[in-house]
Design a protein around this ligand. Structure first.
Ligand code: FAD
Length: 531
């Protein structure tokens, strides 16, 4: 049963109390209640995902930040971003971040899991050992348009028996042919038939947690109609957990304190067996620190009594920095930009989606991914932050349109670049001893030379991709004139013009300074191309 109000709960003691109904919390709630003898209470700060239309429509996933479904966090000033603070979305709704995320389904490399096994000394985490859990989780379903997916993935790596739906894109994007052609034209971008095989490197079709054109979140799947009516499963929404409490002095934590309204009152529930913290990378350290579980010295500074000195709580945060790169193209209206530019078109497609679960709204904003490594001689001190020699350092995501705030006109291609083996580390700390105060989130984006270097290489790689022959007549350059924006003579190789003759308009004052400036930038571009 799903409850909105604490007063409606049938009791206040359960075998298990799970804090946070996101990816992890909902798996736990589902699997634990398979045993009908266990009672489970799942606590979630956000509201219901039912009727939350924007969360259901895959294409609208980029519109969910800074809405009621988001915690609306902001990072601390980031050294690596010239002191800027940026938004840091996290799901605040049943399903947690799986209800607002981009839906990319990527398992990672086999080496990632083998490294988990190695550092924990537990072979149960190895790629081989976790296969059964992949099968339990994944339910591969046909794409929304039911097209023939032969050659777009390898069925031998997939399960159709799991709970969370996964599918290939369900609407053909105009760039698909060019993307695949580039895997044939440029050696740097080999096709990877299935990036979920444990071997990630190369370019492949995106697999996404989408079923029949709708988002498959941990709420729609693990708490879906087959499970939510289990009599031993209780879900309480709109419940912000403030602390976990030890009822005795023996370090046993079985009580959970929470609030349903900002002004209180506080209430408690308890677990007969265990409490599970599944509040995510921000929520979990936040609750632990508020509960006095953390670094004694830091807690003392905020006037919080330490219940357990555990200095690493909130430390070692690591996340993928992401940059979006957009180019003008001659898309002739075949990009998805029109959906973001023309509200009549959006209404029309929304109507189509609601009626048929078909059309361009059935997919997320990326159609293909590419994972790559940096050359061995460019790694920091020769040491490799990736999990192994077959694991990537960066990722490119290809979008048939502008990623970010779409300009009011024009057609674009977006390539998102991400560092997937960051060496920067950040933290989650308390701002005050008020549990309702948002924490200080420092993801440490681009805080190391390596991360900046890897991001630059990813951007260069994206540019090389678009310089492939398949894109020649697609990237937009001015039709007239002698040189392209990189000073290359149009239609020729090996020759550029860098002097006052290429200024498209004479500048509004004397011309030597503009030529110096042009030449400086030209030198940069040329050096970059040949690095
Ligand atoms: C915008 C965005 C896009 C993403 N895109 C992708 C993608 O395309 N592919 C991918 O693989 N991953 C993506 N991710 C990451 C992925 O969604 C997360 O890694 C995953 O959901 C983490 O699961 P979790 O259980 O740790 O936390 P979450 O899924 O975030 O769940 C935590 C839950 O705990 C609740 N909670 C937190 N604090 C409290 C509290 N004090 N009291 C009660 N409840 C609380 C939250 O409201 C939330 O429901 C994305 C994430 C975001 C935010």
């Amino acid at each position: 049963t799903v409850y909105e109000r604490f007063e409606d709960l049938p009791f206040t003691k359960f075998d298990f109390v799970i804090i946070g109904a996101g990816a992890a919390g909902n798996v736990l709630a589902n699997r634990l209640t398979e045993n009908s003898r266990f009672t489970v209470l799942l606590l979630e700060a956000g509201g219901s995902n039912r009727n939350a239309l924007p969360t259901m429509i895959p294409f609208f996933c980029t519109r969910l930040s800074n809405t009621q479904y988001d915690w609306n966090y902001t990072t601390t000033a980031q050294i690596g971003l010239n002191g800027r603070s940026i938004g840091f979305p996290r799901g605040h709704v049943l399903g947690g971040s799986t209800s607002i995320n981009g839906m990319f389904y990527t398992r990672g490399s086999s080496e990632d899991y083998d490294r988990y096994a190695e550092v924990t000394g537990d072979s149960g985490w190895s790629w081989r050992s976790i296969q059964k859990y992949i099968r339990r989780n994944e339910m591969l379903v046909p794409p929304a348009d039911r097209h023939d997916t032969t050659g777009q993935y390898d069925p031998s790596f997939h399960s159709v028996d799991g709970i969370n739906a996964v599918s290939l894109p369900g609407y053909p994007q105009a760039i698909n042919g060019r993307v695949i052609q580039t895997t044939r034209d440029l050696e740097e971008f080999p096709l990877n038939l299935d990036m979920n095989s444990g071997y990630l490197l190369g370019l492949g079709w995106l697999q996404a947690t989408i079923k029949g054109g709708s988002r498959s979140s941990s709420a729609t799947s693990y708490l879906g109609p087959d499970f939510i009516n289990r009599p031993n499963l209780h879900v309480l929404l709109n419940t912000r957990v403030t602390r976990v409490l030890s009822s005795t002095r023996d370090r046993t934590f079985r009580t959970v304190e929470f609030m349903q309204r900002a002004q209180g009152p506080k209430a408690v529930v308890s677990a007969r067996k265990e409490i599970m913290l599944s509040a995510g990378t921000v929520g979990t350290p936040h609750i632990l620190l508020n509960s006095g579980i953390g670094d004694r010295e830091q807690l003392k500074l905020l006037g919080i009594n330490t219940s357990h000195h555990l200095p690493d709580v909130g430390k070692n945060m690591s996340d993928h920095p992401r940059l979006v790169n957009n180019w003008f193209v001659k898309g002739d209206g075949g990009t998805f930009d029109v959906i973001n530019q023309n509200s009549t078109m959006t209404d029309h497609l929304l109507h189509q989606w609601m009626k048929t679960q078909k059309g361009p709204l059935v997919d997320t904003f990326v159609s293909h991914l590419y994972f790559a490594r940096l050359p061995g001689d460019r790694l920091p001190n020769g040491s490799d932050p990736a999990a192994g020699p077959k694991s990537p350092h960066y990722e490119l995501g290809f979008s048939n349109g502008f990623v970010g705030g779409t300009p009011p006109s024009g057609d674009y291609i977006g390539i998102t670049t991400r560092v997937v083996s960051p060496t920067s580390r950040g933290s989650v700390r308390l701002k005050s001893n008020d549990p309702l105060d948002p924490p200080l989130i420092d993801p440490g984006f681009l805080a190391t030379d390596f991360d900046i270097f890897a991001m630059r290489q990813a951007v260069k790689s994206a540019r090389r991709f678009l310089n492939g022959p398949a894109w020649k007549d697609y990237r937009r350059d001015a039709a007239h004139g002698v040189v392209d924006p990189d000073f290359r003579v149009k239609g020729l190789d090996g020759i550029r013009i860098v002097d006052a003759s290429v200024l498209p308009y004479v500048s509004s004052a004397h011309t030597q300074a503009p030529v110096y400036i042009f030449a400086e930038r030209a030198a940069d571009l040329i050096k970059t191309d040949w690095q």
